[in-house]
Design a protein around this ligand. Structure first.
Ligand code: FES
Length: 74
């Protein structure tokens, strides 16, 4: 496990990009935590449109469905 901070970037109209050493729980409602896996990639794109076929990861479907995010409040 790295001591470097994990960074999350919310892509406008797209996924969350997570940079850093993370563990992702891909378990389901009946087995939360049962699917924890450490991700070895430096940057992971996590779906936030809900339409990806490889959730929790983004597969680019957000572009096909025209997913739009709301700009952050100022
Ligand atoms: S955010 Fe990319 S497929 Fe959902």
């Amino acid at each position: 496990m790295s001591d470097e901070p994990v960074e999350v970037f919310a892509c406008p109209n797209g996924p969350f990009l997570v940079r850093g050493d993370i563990t992702i729980d891909v378990g389901d409602a009946e087995n939360p935590g049962g699917g924890a896996q450490r991700d070895q990639r430096r940057v992971v794109a996590l779906c936030r449109c809900g339409a990806s076929s490889i959730r929790p990861y983004c597969d680019g479907t957000h572009k096909v469905i025209g997913f739009r995010t709301v700009p952050p409040a100022r």
